[in-house]
Design a protein around this ligand. Structure first.
Ligand code: ZN
Length: 136
């Protein structure tokens, strides 16, 4: 899987440049690997209301769904938050919930690939990251 995760992280990093946000904003990128082997990526889609902002993970999942791809194998996320480019980007609570629900629907584990801008990463299964899931 390492080669696939490397490709996924590369796609998430590439998505940073198309994030829809202000020039000075932290950029987020995500990429989804589907059962068919396809990769769908996105940056965040910012809203002035803030609460309507689509996170990169949400937008990448929607990008895959728009292509009829509903079974997710892995999702990578990365951000420009750390100026040293070393910290791994973790999905927020809402995105973990959305990824968890995708895992529940497909009944197939989803690997979360948390990356930095250097392309380094660590992985965890989504069910390891959601300790008290809803629905249970
Ligand atoms: Zn999020």
């Amino acid at each position: 899987m390492k080669g696939l995760y490397d490709a996924l992280v590369t796609a998430a990093i590439a998505a940073l440049k198309n994030a829809y946000c202000g020039e000075d904003s932290t950029r987020f990128g995500a990429a989804v690997l589907t059962e068919s082997g396809a990769i769908y990526s996105s940056g965040q889609y910012f809203s002035d209301t803030l609460s309507l902002t689509l996170h990169a993970e949400q937008a990448a999942l929607a990008h895959a769904a728009a292509h009829g791809e509903h079974t997710i194998v892995a999702i990578a996320c990365v951000s420009t938050e750390d100026p040293r480019k070393e910290k791994y980007c973790h999905p927020c609570g809402m995105c973990k919930q959305l990824i968890y629900e995708s895992y529940r629907r497909s009944n197939s584990t989803i690997k979360v690939v948390m990356a930095n801008e250097k392309g380094e990463y660590e992985t965890k299964d989504i069910n390891e990251m959601v300790n008290h899931p809803w629905p249970y």
